[in-house]
Structure formats: structure tokens, C-alpha cells
Design a protein around this ligand. Structure first.
Ligand code: MN
Length: 315
């Protein structure tokens, strides 16, 4: 595996003409915005580029991929993944492409290499910023559609510029997006200022049921599938719900556990600076960033809660 700088990555992308771009499973604003931005930028340079159709993209973000997707990789396509930290983060329907992916653009420091070459910057708040840096080296100009794709990635991965990963570069890229004509106010309203009733009811349930540990320094929030079903939340309602328990005053690290349809548990951990969320996820084979990390736990919920509690109490 070859490590690339932004310049080398730009040169690589300039050299070829046909691209398929991959996003990750449970796609968030960053992987969707990054893939859309890369696709639009390559097309602006006259290249043939598509985002591989990801069935898990929720209705909230579908507009970003409109007109950009295709159903299958074509002969001769260069395959590029964006915001994908490990092979396991690829959707099941993309798994057969492992071994054929030429380039990974990513910002996960605790990543597993799985491509021929990679541009990885763990200091970048979002993958979209990295994509933008590379595109601008390539001579791409940010128009409104490209600016909005980058902005969705940058703003969602920084919690609208509130998380600790936010830095001067993040704001510089956001400024480029604003200059491009991106609808900053409308996107902020839609992504950060508006809640569905389902989401608010879920937050109310969390307030009543979260378990505080170590005198309120840490929290575990275990949401049974039956509760999600009875409230009637959608995946959009649950998007980044794990950042909510952490907003309680005094809570520095919070683990949110959700039951999957297979009866296993998906855990998301959020932490403030000085705490390391990966210390809770790595013992379960997961990964992530210090501020935000995740793991899949192949245990029933009751057992998973006990194990997570043990890990948190031992930190
Ligand atoms: Mn990301």
C-alpha cells in the first residue's frame, strides 16, 4: 500500500479518466458529501465519474447523489473509497470489490489499509475537506452543487463546527463553500436546527433511561429495539443520536447502545477532549476517533451493557 500526499493524490486522479466512488455503510453526511463532491469535481474536469449506488443512503441525504449514481462498476473503472476506515465499513453489496479498490481518501487515524494507495489525514475534521483540497489542487472550481456537497460533509462531521476536531482549515473550506453559493443557512436549519417529533420523543426517553456512571462523568444509554419501534423512529430520526447523552452537563463520555435487527448491539461512543472514545470501542473490535468511535458487539443487549459498563469503570 502506497501512502500519498494531497499532491500525489491529485496527480493520480488527473492521470485516469473513469471512476467509481464508494461510500461507507450506514452512510453519514461526510461519506455522502465527499463522494458527491469528488464525483462532481472529476466530471468538471471532463472525466467519467459515478458514485456506486448505496442502498443505505437515507432520504435526508439522497438529493446529494441525484444524477451521480450507477448500479455497477464498469470494466476499466478506477475505484476510489471516501471516508471508509476499514473493509468492514463497506456496505455488504460492495464487499466483492475488496482487492480492486485503487485509492482510499480518508480521515480516520485508526484505520485499516485495504487499497493500493491511500491519502489519509487523521488531523482533518472531515473527509470532505481532504477531497476539497485535492480537487482544488487539480484546478476544480467550487460551484454551488460542489460547495453544498463539501459543506454537508464538513458541517455534519464537526456537529456544525462545534466538535473538538473543528480547526482553521475547516473554517477555510467552509468559507470556500459559502463563496460558491452553497445554501449555508438552509442547510444549517435542515441539518442542525430542525428535529422530527420522533427524534425529540427518543431524546425524552433517553433523558429518563440513561444510566450515569462515576458520579455522572460517564453515561450508558441502551435503547431496546422495542422502544425504537414503539416510538416509531426512522434511521434519520436516530442519526447521530449518540451525541445527545454527552450534552448532559458533567457527562464527558457517553456510550449509546442500539439493538440491530440481528439481535446484536451497535455501540457509538462520544467523548470530550481529555477522554478517548476508542478506549471503549477497541476492546470490542471497533475503532474511530478520540471524540467519536463505534463498535459492533455480538452479544444480547443485557450482556453488552454489563461489558461496556466494566470497560468504562476500569478507565
Ligand atoms: Mn467522516
Amino acid at each position: 500500500m502506497k501512502k500519498l500526499t494531497r499532491n500525489e493524490c491529485a496527480q493520480f486522479l488527473l492521470t485516469h479518466d473513469h471512476y467509481t466512488i464508494l461510500s461507507h455503510r450506514r452512510p453519514d453526511g461526510d461519506t455522502i458529501g465527499s463522494s458527491a463532491a469528488l464525483c462532481l469535481g472529476l466530471r468538471q474536469l471532463g472525466k467519467t465519474a459515478h458514485v456506486l449506488y448505496n442502498a443505505e443512503v437515507s432520504s435526508r441525504f439522497q438529493w446529494l447523489h441525484e444524477g451521480l449514481t450507477k448500479e455497477a462498476v464498469e470494466e476499466g473503472d478506477i475505484i476510489v473509497s471516501v471516508d471508509v476506515a476499514s473493509p468492514g465499513m463497506l456496505p455488504k453489496s460492495f464487499q466483492h470489490l475488496l482487492g480492486k479498490i485503487q485509492l482510499r481518501i480518508d480521515h480516520h487515524a485508526s484505520a485499516t489499509s485495504f487499497t493500493d494507495a491511500e491519502l489519509v489525514d487523521g488531523g482533518s475534521a472531515s473527509c470532505a475537506e481532504l477531497v476539497w483540497d485535492v480537487l482544488s489542487i487539480m484546478g476544480v472550481h467550487a460551484d454551488k452543487a460542489l460547495g453544498e456537497a463539501v459543506y454537508v460533509g464538513v458541517s455534519t462531521d464537526t456537529g456544525c463546527f462545534r466538535y473538538a476536531n473543528t480547526n482553521a482549515h475547516t473554517f477555510a473550506v467552509a468559507a470556500e463553500c459559502a463563496r460558491s453559493g452553497a445554501r449555508i443557512y438552509e442547510l444549517n436549519q435542515e441539518l442542525f436546527e430542525t428535529n422530527t417529533l420522533g427524534r425529540l420523543r427518543m431524546q425524552a426517553w433517553i433523558v429518563d433511561h440513561m444510566q450515569l456512571l462515576r458520579g455522572g462523568e460517564m453515561a450508558i444509554c441502551a435503547i431496546p429495539k422495542a422502544v425504537e419501534d414503539s416510538i416509531g423512529v426512522t434511521e434519520d430520526d436516530m442519526d447521530n443520536i449518540s451525541s445527545f447523552p454527552r450534552t448532559v452537563a458533567g457527562v464527558c463520555m457517553a456510550a449509546t447502545l442500539r439493538e440491530t435487527t440481528d439481535g446484536d448491539v451497535k455501540m457509538s461512543v462520544r467523548a470530550v477532549p481529555g477522554y478517548d472514545a476508542t478506549k471503549v470501542t477497541v476492546p470490542f473490535g471497533g475503532g474511530g476517533h478520540k471524540g467519536a468511535a463505534g463498535a459492533s458487539i455480538k452479544k444480547p443487549m443485557a450482556e453488552a451493557i454489563k461489558l461496556v459498563e466494566q470497560v468504562m469503570l476500569a478507565l
